[in-house]
Design a protein around this ligand. Structure first.
Ligand code: AMP
Ligand code: ZN
Length: 492
């Protein structure tokens, strides 16, 4: 399996540190507001990656933090006359709720910065002791980038280039403008914790690094986040680990591309964002997921509601195909013969799986994985149309199961989406009335009604055909005429 490693700018064969096990960490949100769908794209990408690693048989331990102390949280709390802890609690819960709604598997470990202060202080103390960090007069503690000869190793930037190219905030206390705060001295009224360097709180880059070391052990196999985190966040994280413990923080660094709106990165500061909550309130989670997975996780993704509407149609094509295959499997004539068409469908099932795995093995190419799934949808639809009633149970079932399995690896739950709805008992009365049915099975009643309607239509007896259709509609169902025959569907 090949994975693109940001640090080495190329795909590499993946080899976990402990055979069969993967330890991975993805930087979580700063919980001061609802997350937007750009953030969600990054989290979804790593959910897909995690699911695929599990499909490959790895035992994955997945950790994701909540940054529950930060300037943004403090500012929001001050604006609203609440405590930072109250704001963080509200948006931590909101984040967890929206992630679950989006079908993202909960992390195995979800450390919160405010509960990990001790681990951070241990790391900071070790950096000071080894002369990689210094305490400024204000009580801030800074990491000294000049003391780390490897600084820039992840993002490929060197300090001279950085100093020439970027504006950094002027701060007289820092020995170098790129020195970053490991510990921030408390300002009046801010939440703070006691420390050997005075009351204060941890810096953002310090959190993740200390939590990874404590919960997963360093180095880990995979560290992920959005591409905007490569510098300075991940650069600073890896610098701290190298200096504190003399190990890389992670073997593989993976970064998801930015979600954009009309060419610009979606961000709170640009104001061009939609929250995940507002999108999931209006659109099915699986359609949003499908839309996002149609683009490779590293490529930028241009979001529009038009594309999202398109994804709803695409998802519908997939669910309808699975439903039609299941229906065909149930209604196939049991004559025991497999035609060349049946065999071709069986072969297409195997091909789809091979192509799916080949794409996903190539740096989690979910777009290629979806193409393999939809290749099977096309073949199955053609098969159902051409079989004209002479379909075979086994290949139909295998195709339906394969579509469910492969979609499930991408987190799209077709089993749930296509679970046969309970047929309403009213069908029995309707079948008695319209077709002289005498039994008491809803599925038999449905078949009798459909057969009677078909006969009536063939005989141009529209009164009977329409009465059956209307009676069915009154039960919340509709008649769908497929190539393989008519069947009932529940109306949305
Ligand atoms: P933040 O709360 O700002 O740290 O962001 C949480 C995660 O969302 C980080 O991994 C960011 O890299 C990621 N992120 C932020 N904006 C976008 C975007 N427009 N597209 C994709 N990921 C993003
Ligand atoms: Zn982080």
């Amino acid at each position: 399996m090949q994975i693109y490693n940001t640090q080495f700018h190329k795909k590499q064969e993946f080899a976990p540190i402990d055979e069969g096990k993967v330890r991975m960490y993805v930087c979580g949100p700063t919980v001061y507001d609802q997350i937007h769908i750009g953030n969600a794209r990054t989290f979804l990408s790593f959910d897909m990656i995690r699911r695929y690693l599990m499909f490959k048989g790895y035992q994955v331990t997945f950790a994701q933090n909540l940054t529950d102390i930060d300037d943004k949280i403090i500012n929001r709390a001050n604006e609203q006359g609440r405590t930072a802890a109250e704001v963080a609690e509200e948006f931590s819960n909101a984040f967890i709720e929206q992630m679950r709604r989006f079908g993202i598997i909960d992390p195995d470990i979800r450390p919160r910065a405010t509960r990990e202060i001790e681990a951070m202080q241990e790391m900071i103390a070790s950096l000071i002791e080894q002369d990689y960090a210094y305490v400024a007069p204000s009580g801030d503690v800074y990491f000294s980038v000049r003391s780390d000869s490897a600084y820039g190793i992840l993002s490929g930037r060197d300090l001279d280039q950085l100093r020439a190219g970027e504006r950094v905030e002027v701060n007289d206390e820092k020995r170098d403008p790129f020195d970053f705060a490991l510990w921030k001295a408390a300002k009046p009224g801010e939440p703070s914790w006691p420390s050997p360097w005075g009351e204060g709180r941890p810096g953002w880059h310090t959190e993740c690094c200390a939590m990874i070391h404590r919960h997963l052990g360093t180095p880990i196999d995979i560290h992920g986040g959005g591409a905007d985190l490569v510098f300075p966040h991940h650069e600073n994280e890896t610098a701290q680990a190298m200096c504190a413990w003399h190990v890389p923080l992670a073997n593989v660094w993976m970064h998801a591309g930015m979600l954009r709106v009309e060419g610009d990165k979606m961000s709170k500061s640009l104001g061009n964002f939609f929250t995940l909550k507002e999108v999931l309130d209006k659109y099915p989670a699986d359609a949003v997921r499908l839309l996002m997975l149609q683009t490779h996780y590293r490529a930028p993704l241009d979001f529009s509601f038009e594309r999202l509407e398109g994804a709803i149609g695409t998802l519908e094509r997939l669910t309808t195909c699975v439903e039609n295959l299941r229906w065909a499997a149930d209604n196939a004539p049991q004559n025991g013969f497999l035609t060349e068409f049946d065999r071709a469908l069986g072969a297409a099932v195997d091909t789809a799986r091979e192509e799916f795995v080949a794409s996903m093995d190539d740096d989690f190419n979910s777009a290629g994985g979806l193409a393999a799934i939809f290749g099977l949808v096309s073949t199955a639809n053609k098969y159902l149309a051409e079989a004209g009633g002479d379909m075979a149970t086994a290949p139909c079932l295998r195709a339906a199961d394969m579509l469910c399995e492969l979609s499930g690896v991408l987190g799209i739950d077709l089993v749930k989406a296509t679970a046969a709805d309970e047929l309403p008992a009213g069908l029995i009365d309707l079948a008695r009335e319209q077709a002289g049915y005498e039994g008491d099975s809803t599925s038999e009643a449905a078949n009798v009604l459909l057969a009677t309607r078909a006969e009536a239509r063939a005989a141009k007896n529209w009164a009977v055909a329409d009465a059956i259709r209307d009676g069915i509609a009154a039960l919340g169902l509709s008649v769908e005429d497929t190539a393989a025959g008519a069947r009932l569907r529940s109306k949305e």
